[in-house]
Design a protein. Structure first.
Length: 223
């Protein structure tokens, strides 16, 4: 999951533009040829958190394919609790962006890493969704013991499917808390009990972030 800033270097390994790993490069536009599919390991290693998009709309058919991929995620007891909300209304996305920034700036934090985030949030020009043409919200009608895990697995499937389609995606952590407030739920027109887990932007990348270095995994072997 990404906090949503261009300089993000989250512990999850999401990538920011112009980070220490190197400059962003132009999106090559590689899409598997018709009748072909992207090899799994290539998809796992090639996906990036994209924060620079063209204004080109994403076809509804492509969005439906991404959601279909998300629905095939593993989930506890086969409950499949996820619900999907697709937001393409740019005025609404701007409204949510502005309101989420105010909400986060009003919340005190003791996190020493928050300094650059506060600067970003205080910039009136900063759009937490990076002007992406589509926001896909993955959530559930109500909280449950495995809802977060189930929806997070669905989100990973969706982001990998987006990469295989030649699209970019990014989990926008800045939006999560606000969308689970009364005001956020009202803007989305969902029930007061509804839970948003994964706000994922999707679009056609203008640039592709560099591949970040990965730490050597800490592995304990038992037996």
């Amino acid at each position: 999951m990404c906090c949503g800033t261009p300089s993000c270097r989250c512990s999850c390994g999401t990538e920011g533009h112009g980070s220490a790993t190197g400059p962003a490069r132009r999106w090559p536009g590689r899409v598997p040829a018709k009748g072909q599919t992207m090899e799994l390991n290539e998809g796992l290693r090639g996906r990036r958190a994209v924060r620079d998009y063209t204004p080109t709309p994403v076809d509804e058919s492509a969005i439906r394919r991404l959601i279909d991929a998300a629905e095939h995620a593993p989930n506890a007891f086969n409950d499949q609790p996820w619900r999907f909300t697709v937001v393409r209304d740019q005025r609404l996305l701007q409204h949510i962006s502005d309101a989420a920034k105010v909400h986060l700036l009003d919340r005190p934090t003791a996190d020493p890493r928050a300094g650059h985030l506060l600067v970003q949030l205080g910039d009136p020009a900063f759009h937490i969704f990076y002007h992406a043409p589509v926001l896909v919200l993955i959530g559930a009608e109500k909280a449950g013991p495995w809802v977060v895990e189930d929806c997070a697995l669905a989100a990973e499937n969706l982001m990998l499917a987006a990469h295989a389609e030649g699209l970019g995606s990014c989990w926008i952590g800045f939006a999560q808390e606000f969308l689970n407030t009364v005001e956020g739920r009202n803007l989305l027109g969902v029930d007061v009990a509804a839970v948003t887990v994964a706000p994922i932007i999707v679009g056609h990348p203008r640039t592709l972030p560099p591949s970040p270095p990965r730490r050597v995994a800490a592995i304990r072997w038992i037996g």
